[in-house]
Design a protein around this ligand. Structure first.
Ligand code: BEZ
Ligand code: FE2
Length: 409
């Protein structure tokens, strides 16, 4: 059993409880949280590791959506428009993936840890990121992704998907959790969706899918029109979408832990369905900005009581995998939100909601949750407790200490 005390404990629990001069008792899981006085009296025989002034202990950050296999991109891909980006990904995919070695991905994961991330939802298209994820102390929900809209390729692609999923299942341990990703409604044939979701629900795996990321996707899925039409004609010889948005969503009925990424073009009916499915929306604000997509309307999510979590997406559509960079971008992008109040919402989205999206038992400093903690320090005393969350987001570049499953890592 260990105890750490800090100037502030941010619990990210249901009531967003913040404890001034607090302490946390843990081994692999969290045992107790309270004021230093209370904890000292209750655990008189345990040494307390005291952090310095202006210190904070909070749950480790959860990046609920990242593509590590595209980690080598910096200046290659085209931004500013979804179709141009997609074409550039297809054109440069082989070259980028070849450069994203286990060594490079491990370096990126190490930097993610230093910038506060303790769990990720890694979308894996080829399983080339498996070894790096396995080696990293960061908890990985490893989403083996299925893709392919052509009916005559479906059997082959399903066999490949199953083989990759099986390899991930063989590697399963406490910090490496296999899961299933459906690439998107436009790129996956309904047969593949049905069969891969059947596998996921039979084995109780978490599921995630991109959904309605761009206006072009909306035009295509609803009307078989727009610039996706040219793309599909040229690339795949198709002139009709393989599914409609509602047909697509209806396939996810038996999935316990479900998330949809982006959803910036989702209709009210779609949002209603997403709520009914109990899903979380992975919000990737920087990625949406880079590709000139719409900004997610968080007020509409509130109307439907849909929780959102935070993802950086990959370095294919971001210049950083740091969750603190992403949180700052969120503050700067959602200009209609009050910066102080929104900061509190964001810390919960980056912890508890991420845990829910991925089906983990983390993200809150509450007894019986996994002891995944980060320790950070602010440059000066926080005058008003109400500004604490905002100051954490504004000033944190790196963490001082990371604890995953009760261990210093
Ligand atoms: C496909 O494999 O069908 C596909 C892949 C990427 C974008 C669109 C479709
Ligand atoms: Fe993505």
């Amino acid at each position: 059993m260990k105890i750490i005390s800090a100037s502030w404990i941010i619990t990210c629990d249901e009531n967003s409880t913040i404890i001034k001069d607090g302490a946390i008792v843990y081994d692999k899981k969290i045992i107790d949280v309270g004021t230093i006085e209370f904890i000292k009296e209750k655990y008189p025989d345990v040494d307390i590791f005291q952090l310095e002034e202006n210190s904070i202990v909070m749950p480790g950050l959860i990046n609920s959506h990242v593509h590590l296999e595209f980690s080598s991109n910096t200046t290659t891909l085209k931004y500013g428009n979804f179709i141009s980006w997609l074409n550039s990904v297809i054109g440069s995919r082989d070259e980028l993936i070849e450069k994203a070695t286990t060594k490079l991905i491990s370096q990126k994961l190490s930097r993610m840890k230093k910038t506060g991330t303790t769990s990720i939802g890694a979308i894996s298209s080829y399983s080339f990121d498996l070894e790096a994820c396995k080696k990293s102390p960061i908890n990985t929900v490893f989403f083996t992704e299925v893709i392919g809209s052509k009916a005559d390729m479906a059997d082959t692609l399903f066999a490949d998907f199953k083989a990759r999923l099986n390899s991930a299942v063989l590697e399963k341990d406490e910090s490496f959790i296999p899961a299933v990703a459906i690439h998107s409604p436009y790129s996956v044939h309904p047969f593949l969706i049905r069969e891969s979701l059947k596998l996921a629900s039979e084995t109780n795996l978490s599921v995630s899918s991109h959904f309605l990321e761009s206006p072009e996707e909306f035009e295509w899925l609803h009307k078989d029109q727009g610039s996706f039409l040219d793309f599909f004609k040229n690339f795949l010889g198709q002139s009709q979408s393989v599914t409609r948005p509602m047909e697509f969503l209806n396939q996810f009925k038996n999935i316990e832990n479900l998330s949809f990424t982006h959803c910036v073009e989702a209709s009210n009916n779609d949002l209603h369905k997403i709520k009914e499915l109990g899903a979380t929306i992975n919000h990737c604000v920087t990625s949406n900005r880079f590709l000139n997509n719409t900004k997610l309307d968080l007020d509409r999510l509130d109307e439907y009581s849909i929780p959102f979590s935070i993802g950086t997406d990959g370095l294919s559509s971001n210049n950083s995998l740091s969750m603190f960079d992403e949180l700052r971008n969120l503050l700067m992008t959602h200009t209609n939100r009050n910066i102080i109040d929104f900061s509190k919402v964001l810390l919960k989205a980056a912890t508890k909601n991420g845990s829910d999206a991925l089906g983990l038992n983390k993200g809150e400093l509450v007894a019986n949750k996994d002891a995944d903690l980060i320790c950070i320090s602010l440059p000066d005393r926080v005058k008003d407790e109400n500004d604490l969350c905002m100051n954490i987001i504004l000033h944190t570049k790196f963490v001082d200490k990371t604890i995953i499953g009760g261990k210093n890592v």
